[in-house]
Design a protein around this ligand. Structure first.
Ligand code: AMP
Ligand code: MG
Length: 451
């Protein structure tokens, strides 16, 4: 047990608990190769290198004409220069001709610059001329049959409207590094640089077990004393939303053999972590801690946090030689949710390969619009709702603090109140030292996923 981290109350501080959890993680999961189509949200495990320069060759930034800039010197609106058109370059086509003095080729955006040309004049600065010498519509778009010639109405600088080979990216350079997140932008970059497959960390395998004689699965009658299982589906969704792969272990009775048997099945199944909800408190049928000790060991129990005080954490060896983290979350769904946020989420992100500085939620400064009260000596994580403007952005006060109310009002803060949990935007932190905070007090905010 982590006693050095214990507070005066015998409870472990939030930081010490989180440090113990993160300290038990040897490193991220092994790397696996995936196609870009399945890479969204995954974390890069090994340098990704461009297989082509970008652009691969000089190409046109405009629809227009590939020309020699010197041919347009002195050109103006009133006194254009006429160039003979000797062909065109379409996107996806290699140029067939060379541009010589006094000539031009029609060119599409993204098509390779033909030899001899040193610039592109955009179609808007030209007038097409037919074979009889009759001018067409000035600056009309470059569709239709190729004109015989074009008049250029401006002096074009050498290099104009040419995107140079390699100006975006050289071939063979690192474009993504370990720990980078495969966002849509990163996937676009990798695909554009010719990458098809890459190494990412395997999704952490997180097994989820609900416990409680009163907890019922959807196909069971509630009867006189049953409640629907909120935590099984809720925790699985939190796991998936955090980048883990969730495996359901069902609902165990409050019996040691049942809980232990399911833990053993998860260990045999290669779990990176097992999350158990309920049965971790001090009731006569709270068997989860004993079960943890049977399959592994407990590193800490009882944290100075509200809600979520009975939180327990340990580790167990797997039959395959690996190791699983054991999380014992209190059964009240709000306590489960908050302790997942504080301790499980950073662990899943560390397992998934996120960098150290990306493990925690984004923080902000908030100001309370209503007073709050909480238990003595524990750090409270209040479910808070941000005031929003018409466009949905959080409203800040004159010193930049987000204006927040209590989700569900004061009565919404009970650890069993699901209706208030669903409207929360953020967790507002009330430090251990305060039993109450007045309206107008500043609080630290931890933003939750937008909803
Ligand atoms: P426990 O942590 O087992 O003492 O449970 C605390 C409270 O949470 C009790 O009211 C339980 O009925 C409730 N609870 C436990 N597990 C679940 C669950 N999976 N879904 C909904 N409520 C639960
Ligand atoms: Mg229980």
């Amino acid at each position: 047990m982590t006693t050095s981290a214990a507070t005066g109350s015998g409870l472990v501080s939030v930081e010490a608990a989180r440090d113990a959890v993160l300290g038990a993680i040897a490193g991220p999961t092994a790397a696996e190769s995936v196609f870009l189509s399945e890479a969204l949200g995954r974390i890069v495990a090994e340098d990704v290198v461009s297989t082509t320069a970008l652009p691969p060759w000089d190409n046109s930034a405009m629809d227009g004409y590939a020309i020699r800039a010197a041919d347009t010197q002195g050109a103006s609106e009133a006194s254009p220069r006429r160039l003979e058109l000797i062909g065109e370059v379409r996107a996806g086509e290699a140029p067939a001709n060379e541009v010589r003095r006094g000539t031009a080729m029609r060119i599409a955006t993204g098509a390779p610059i033909p030899a001899g040309a040193d610039s592109v004049v955009q179609v808007e600065l030209t007038t097409p001329i037919d074979s009889a010498g009759t001018p067409g519509e000035r600056g009309r778009d470059a569709t239709g049959p190729l004109p015989a010639a074009c008049d250029v109405h401006a002096a074009i600088k050498p290099g104009a409207a040419i995107r140079r080979a390699g100006s975006d990216l050289a071939a063979g350079v690192r474009i993504l590094a370990p720990g980078d997140i495969l966002t849509p932008a990163a996937i676009t970059l990798a695909a554009g640089a010719g990458v098809q497959q890459l190494l990412v960390h395997a999704k952490p395998r997180i097994h989820v077990l609900a416990t409680g004689d009163e907890v019922r699965s959807p196909n069971q009658r509630l009867g006189p004393a049953g409640i629907p299982d909120a935590n099984g589906p809720g925790l699985a969704a939190l796991v998936e939303g955090t980048g883990g792969a969730a495996y359901a272990l069902g609902i165990a009775k409050d019996r040691l053999e049942d809980v232990e048997g399911r833990l053993c099945a998860a260990l045999a199944g290669g779990a990176d972590a097992i999350i158990v909800s309920g049965g971790v408190s001090v009731g006569p049928y709270d068997v989860v801690k004993v079960a943890f000790e049977k399959v592994g060991r407990i590193d800490l129990w009882r944290v100075a946090v509200q809600p979520g005080k009975p939180f327990a954490f340990g580790v167990a060896d797997r039959p395959d030689g690996g190791r699983a983290l054991l999380f014992g979350l209190p059964g009240n769904p709000v306590s489960s949710f908050v302790t997942f946020e504080l301790f499980v989420r950073p662990a899943i992100r560390a397992l998934a390969g996120h960098r150290r500085e990306r493990l925690l939620r984004q923080r902000d400064r908030g100001v309370l619009l209503e007073p709050v009260s909480k238990s003595h000596g524990r750090r409270a994580f209040i479910r808070a709702v941000a005031e929003r403007d018409d466009e949905g952005s959080p409203v800040r006060d004159a010193v930049g603090r987000v204006r927040v109310r209590l989700a569900g009002g004061g009565a919404g803060q009970g650890s069993h109140v699901l209706s208030a949990l669903v409207v929360a935007d953020a967790l507002a932190v009330v430090p251990e030292a305060h039993d109450t905070l007045d309206a107008g007090s500043e609080v630290e905010l931890w933003w939750l996923d937008p909803h």
